[in-house]
Design a protein around this ligand. Structure first.
Ligand SMILES: [Zn+2]
Length: 192
């Protein structure tokens, strides 16, 4: 099974798992139940029956990505936003390499690296230098940045009508670990 297909399944399991916690209170309208901000590939917004998917390298966010997420949450009524990072992420690796070398990559890859770099620096400042620790920091950072930048989403989370979680996907076995959760008032069941 390929990465994209496998990570779709992870998404399916998690959203099914979280459904019981979130949706009775938080679902507002429409068919969309979760949004996946996922790494690597194009910035594609796919409005499916159950999920809105926004993909960027290193799950970085610019205005269009934030707009796509707000569209999913506010217009389509998605109560759950999932930031799904993965190990061996090339975008995180590129940011680490750029810091090591002191060289920014060319073209728009630089924009991706520049958006990942604060996470790498924060991890380093906290003494977290292992790749999985840096990735977890970047996922947490993305979750917090989402809520910091999107007033629409922050207000829904504050009102108890939406939640944001960050998951770390493992390529080797297709499992995912929860590394951040905002707006969940109950303990989250583990899913692998
Ligand atoms: Zn990646």
């Amino acid at each position: 099974m390929g990465f994209l297909e496998s990570s779709e399944r992870v998404m399916e399991r998690w959203t099914t798992n979280l459904w019981g916690f979130l949706l009775p209170a938080k679902r507002e309208r429409g068919e969309a139940v979760a949004m996946l901000l996922r790494q690597c590939d194009d910035n594609a917004l796919i409005v499916g029956r159950q999920r809105v998917v926004v993909r960027t390298a290193g799950h970085v966010m610019g205005a269009e990505v934030l707009g796509s997420i707000e569209y999913g949450v506010d217009v389509l009524g998605c109560p759950l936003v999932v930031v799904l990072g993965h190990d061996s992420c090339g975008a995180v690796g590129a940011a680490c390499a750029a810091l090591e070398d002191g060289m920014a990559p060319a073209g728009y890859v630089r924009d991706v690296v520049e958006r990942v770099t604060p996470s790498v620096l924060a991890a380093r400042a906290a003494g977290r230098v292992e790749p999985e620790e840096i990735l977890a920091e970047h996922i947490r950072h993305t979750v917090d940045l989402l809520l910091d930048r999107s007033r629409v989403l922050a207000e829904k989370v504050a009102a108890g009508r939406a939640a944001v979680v960050g998951l770390c996907y493992r390529l080797a076995d297709g499992s995912a670990q929860l590394v951040a959760a905002r707006g969940l008032d109950a303990a989250v069941p583990t899913a692998s």
